[in-house]
Ligand binder design. Structure first.
Ligand code: UFG
Length: 341
């Protein structure tokens, strides 16, 4: 019998890509999403790519009764928990929304796991837990720093809640994946990122500018202590990132975890500046992106990239897609959305 995985937030950007990779790896998947920041059409895209049925349940993970019914309706032993609010800036304006959504949904899921005997959870964490590290690249031994936003704080608290829960309930296992900057889209261009309103993140802003929807990309700062002065990040292809979840689930199911709670950096190991990324996009697509330098964005860190050797060795996982292919896929998705030939 196939193993089944419950994917919360499975209609979202990383959730849809992960669902595709899970199905292609031979898992059954049940998707839960409250559609507060996603579209049902995204699940249709996943069905089209995979040809699989994929049960979809519209529910909020903070709704314990609804979630309990879902736990009873389907037989799964593993959960990948994406469902969360994720905008750093908004979290500063609406901290209670972030604490309520992100903590309550995790607590609800963990209580149901404990009560109904579901063993494994993969959690969407973020490199934001490292703050601005003193030494680069960051390894999993790099100490976490106090969070600079309520969003970041929820990631730290959620990691701790999982660690404490799986240590107290020895039959349970958890893996937190600390994502660096996920970008790109599925090579089919049938799923991708769907930002609402003006994109806050760099790559959707680049593709919308290339499509003529935005006039000009603002580069936030050229006076950082980096080779070209713009900020440096580790941009990880979303399909590579999705595959890391498949490996993490398999590790727990196959009993390969070294302890009940583990955490891994999921990046490429390579830092790139904002200006380098824009140049790589232009090279990959042949489309110019009008841009101008403006002041730094409040709250941004200067530079961060991952040491991925632990994830590479322990998980046997490695990012494989080139930055050009990734950026070309982001552009193909934007063109698909806007009907651009
Ligand atoms: N940037 C621009 N112009 C834009 C948008 C972004 O220059 O229009 C720059 C930012 O200043 C930053 C880089 O591009 O230097 C990347 O910015 P993103 O907003 O795409 O990503 P962040 O690194 O700020 O944030 C991401 C995730 C967060 C996560 C954080 C952890 O979106 O969820 O990484 O560092 F918390």
């Amino acid at each position: 019998m196939k193993e089944c995985v419950l994917v919360t937030g499975g209609a979202g950007y990383i959730g849809t890509h992960t669902t595709v990779e899970l199905i292609e790896a031979g898992y059954d998947v049940v998707v839960v999403d409250n559609l507060s920041n996603s579209e049902l059409a995204a699940v249709e895209g996943v069905r089209k790519i995979t040809g699989a049925e994929i049960p979809f349940e519209q529910a909020d993970c903070t709704d314990k009764e609804a979630m309990s019914r879902i736990f009873d309706r389907y037989k799964f032993n593993s959960i990948i928990h994406f469902a969360a609010s994720k905008a750093v800036g908004e979290s500063v304006q609406k901290p209670l929304l972030y604490y309520r959504n992100n903590l309550d949904s995790l607590l609800t899921i963990l209580e149901l796991m404990r009560d109904k005997g579901v063993r494994n959870i993969v959690f969407s964490s973020s490199c934001t837990v490292y703050g601005q590290p003193k030494v680069l690249p960051v390894t999993e031994q790099t100490p976490r720093q106090p969070a600079t936003s309520p969003y970041g704080n929820t990631k730290q608290i959620c990691e701790d809640i999982i660690r404490d829960t799986v240590s107290a309930h020895n039959e349970m296992y958890g893996i937190a994946l600390r994502y660096f900057n996920p970008i790109g889209a599925h090579p089919s261009a049938l799923i991708g990122e769907l930002p609402k309103g003006v994109p806050g993140n760099l790559v959707p802003f680049i593709t919308q500018t290339a499509a003529g929807i935005r006039e000009c990309l603002s580069i936030f700062g050229d006076d950082y202590d980096t080779p070209d002065g713009s900020a440096v990040r580790d941009y990880i292809d979303v399909v590579d990132l999705a595959r890391a979840h498949v490996v993490a689930v398999g590790r727990m199911i196959q009993g390969k975890s070294r302890s009940n709670y583990e955490f891994f950096n999921v990046g490429t190991g390579q830092g790139r500046s904002v200006l380098e990324l824009v140049a790589a996009f232009e090279k990959a697509t042949g489309v110019k992106v009008p841009h101008k330098i403006v002041g730094r964005r409040a709250g941004d860190i200067e530079k961060i990239w991952a040491d991925t050797s632990f994830a590479n060795q322990e998980l046997g996982w490695k990012a494989t897609r080139s930055i050009e292919d990734t950026l070309a896929s982001a552009w193909a998705w934007e063109k698909h959305l806007r009907n651009i030939k």
